[in-house]
Design a protein around this ligand. Structure first.
Ligand SMILES: [Zn+2]
Length: 233
């Protein structure tokens, strides 16, 4: 089994070198000189979430933080999480990104675990980590109009994205940049079965499917990102 999966990876690399890379040689030569990504994309480690695919992006477009549950520890959390903190610092200070997207997803194992109760987990790193998502269970943020047909764990997942947006807001560097109009925050959610990405529209407080039917006004709102959460009811 292990050999079969490694075989698939190795064959894929050979195929990329032979069939894809030659036509993209110039792009990679340019990328080797440095990166200037459009956005910081924070999403789950889940293997089914592939932002380069569903957002049709190229190498160099997105600076990515991936972890279990797409979590951002609050700025005041102790112990400090150096991994997420360092990636935030780097993307803001070195790359000067103008947009941060938190993207949750359907059928998230982390959200399922949260729904079932993290107290049932053995005393592991996972249990400690999931504490950063627990506010999603008794969500107290701005009112969200979530599709009631969604399974409970998917509703929790959509609330969790907003909890993490709140955690980003707790970072003074982020707050400062947003106040100066240099940074925008976005709450997104990927539905695996639909291959659809939903973005939270702060006018309706609904996750709205991003597709060709969006009107110009909605697109503009989604591009401009969310206002400070405390200004939303
Ligand atoms: Zn997940």
């Amino acid at each position: 089994m292990v050999i079969a999966s490694m075989d698939k990876l190795i064959s894929g690399i050979v195929d990329f070198r032979k069939n894809t890379f030659p036509s993209r040689r110039e792009i990679f030569k340019k990328l080797a000189m440095g990166q200037s990504p459009d956005a910081l994309f924070i999403t789950c480690s889940d293997s089914r979430v592939a932002p380069n695919w569903f957002a049709s992006t190229d190498p160099g477009d997105l600076f990515v933080i991936r972890n279990v549950g797409n979590l951002v520890p609050p700025h005041t959390a102790r112990p400090l999480d150096f991994s997420v903190g360092a990636a935030l610092d780097f993307s803001l200070t070195n790359l000067n990104v103008g947009d941060i997207i938190v993207c949750g997803h359907s059928e998230c194992g982390a959200m399922n675990t949260l729904h079932r109760g993290v107290q049932n987990l053995p005393n592991t790193h996972l249990k400690t980590w999931m504490a950063h998502a627990e506010p999603a269970l008794n969500y107290a943020g701005p009112t969200l109009h979530i599709d009631p047909n969604l399974a409970e764990h998917n509703q929790i997942s959509q609330k969790n994205v907003m909890v993490q947006i709140g955690h980003l807001e707790s970072n003074p560097q982020i707050a400062e940049r947003r106040k100066d109009g240099k940074l925008r925050l976005h709450a997104w959610w990927f539905s695996i079965a639909e291959g659809g990405v939903y973005a939270l529209d702060h006018k309706t407080m609904r996750y709205t499917l991003i597709d060709e039917n969006l009107d110009a006004e909605t697109i503009s709102r989604l591009q401009n990102g969310l206002p400070f959460l405390k200004t939303l009811s």
